[in-house]
Design a protein around this ligand. Structure first.
Ligand SMILES: [Zn+2]
Length: 83
């Protein structure tokens, strides 16, 4: 992994704030660097944006509220990527 300062699990925590634009610029840079190198998080972000588009609400996009199949698939991808 070429971005040791940022982990997929961090993105799960940060994605809502990232989409809200409420993260500090340094954090956004870390995330965007990670995204260029991580298909899992790119997919996760895409799913989150689709969820927002579908619900019209960022409040409904907590990972706990993603459809079970989407969440399970993403978490599985993260597991496989994390070691
Ligand atoms: Zn990632």
């Amino acid at each position: 992994v070429s971005a040791p300062t940022y982990a997929c699990r961090d993105f799960v925590e940060d994605v809502t704030a990232y989409l809200e634009g409420s993260l500090p610029p340094e954090r956004v840079m870390l995330i965007e660097a990670h995204l260029t190198d991580c298909p899992h998080c790119t997919e996760y972000l895409r799913e989150m944006r689709l969820t927002i588009a579908a619900t019209g609400s960022l409040a409904a996009t907590d990972v706990e509220r993603l459809p079970d199949d989407v969440r399970a698939r993403l978490l599985e991808a993260f597991e496989q990527d994390s070691d």
